[in-house]
Design a protein around this ligand. Structure first.
Ligand code: TYM
Length: 332
């Protein structure tokens, strides 16, 4: 395998609905930080998004919005390869090839598939089932060393590693085996209304999740209404899911350890704590929202960024697909 000066990072995000504080703390904050030390390739996973039915106009809008948010977070397309998955044919091609090296049984065990098929019981399509194979193709196409994701994607990373190992075992050293890169805090931001379940943009209760683009007053309202418990003690403990979640969010934003957060709020009430967390989130997201307004107003620039990124990604992707096909025995 080729020698690289810097380790390569790949990750992707779906352009579905509004991006949330969970997406930001679990993944996007790391995406930005990693650009300094690694060669980074980031995709907007639009092919993944159609596993759930999308309204065409809203989908199109989200594809632009996602690019503008990534730029607003500080991801610089001059240093990073930023593109749309659907613009690089290699994703679909490698996905098919790898599907012949993925077992029905292992896909059936995926918790996300089980959850989503319950939620969208009227549309349990083949794409939803094969989703992890497309995700494996995304990562293996670029021979990524590291994949920054939130904790909910860990199982998909494991199956990616299994598929790559299986393929390498048959054909030799073709794929790099990727490592997940999961942050210590913020890896699993929970719903503000039901802190035993993950914060998700598809939650119908808007008070359960914070969008990266939410207005300050909305963010404050959501944190003030966050579900906690009745013992009014700010500490990490079993059964205190709401408070554990707020401590995690505050710690992920401020960089303080859990212990430091607990000390800072010793003797204070939940009201004060919720306000402090809300304010920290407002200040973290404020510059992103302001810059977003700037980027989203120039659609042509967003299209150019996507186009140039796809050209760079395509160059790598073609080489991988052709190597894989050759190994399998296809004729050129
Ligand atoms: P997606 O679009 O659901 O989420 C994007 C990233 O945000 C993280 N995330 C969270 N982290 C912490 N707390 C939360 N509540 C939370 N919600 C979401 C996710 O872990 C993810 O890192 N299948 C992927 C997209 C994808 C991908 C890939 C990722 C497609 N191909 C290849 C990595 C590599 C997904 O649906 O993420």
């Amino acid at each position: 395998m080729e020698e690289r000066m810097k380790k390569r990072v790949f990750s992707a995000i779906q352009p579905s609905g509004m991006l949330t504080l969970g997406n930001y703390l679990g993944a996007l904050k790391n995406w930005k930080n990693m650009t300094e030390d690694f060669e980074c390739i980031y995709a907007v996973a639009d092919l993944h998004t159609i596993t759930v039915r999308q309204d065409p106009a809203a989908f199109r809008k989200q594809i632009y919005n996602t690019c503008a948010i990534l730029l607003a977070i500080g991801i610089d397309p001059e240093n990073v390869t930023l593109f749309k998955q659907s613009s690089v044919a290699g994703h679909s091609q490698l996905s098919w090839l790898l599907s012949c090296y993925t077992q029905f049984g292992e896909l059936s065990r995926m918790t996300q598939f089980k959850d989503k098929s319950l939620k969208h019981a009227d549309n349990v399509n083949l794409g939803l089932f094969a989703y992890p194979t497309l995700m494996a193709a995304d990562i293996l196409l670029y021979n990524a060393d590291l994949v920054p994701v939130g904790a909910d994607q860990k199982q998909h990373l494991e199956i990616t590693r299994d598929i790559a190992t299986r393929f390498n075992h048959i054909y030799g050293d073709v794929f790099t085996i990727p490592e997940p890169y999961i942050p210590k805090t913020g890896a699993r931001v929970m719903s503000l209304q039901d802190p035993t379940s993950k914060m998700s943009k598809s939650d119908e209760n808007v008070n359960a999740w914070v969008a990266i683009l939410d207005k300050p007053e909305d963010i404050m309202r959501k944190f003030k209404r966050a579900v906690t418990d009745s013992d009014n003690k700010i500490c990490v403990a079993e059964g205190k899911d709401g408070i554990n979640n707020l401590i995690g969010i505050y710690s992920a934003i401020t960089g303080k350890t859990t212990e430091q957060v607990v000390n800072e709020f010793e003797g204070k009430g939940y009201g004060d704590f919720k306000t402090a967390v809300g304010e920290a989130v407002v200040e973290e997201l404020r510059p992103i929202r302001e810059k977003f307004d700037l980027y989203i107003s120039d659609k042509k620039q967003l299209e150019d960024i996507y186009f140039k990124g796809a050209e760079k990604a395509d160059y790598i992707a073609r080489r991988t697909v052709s190597k894989v096909m050759k190994k399998i025995g296809f004729v050129r």
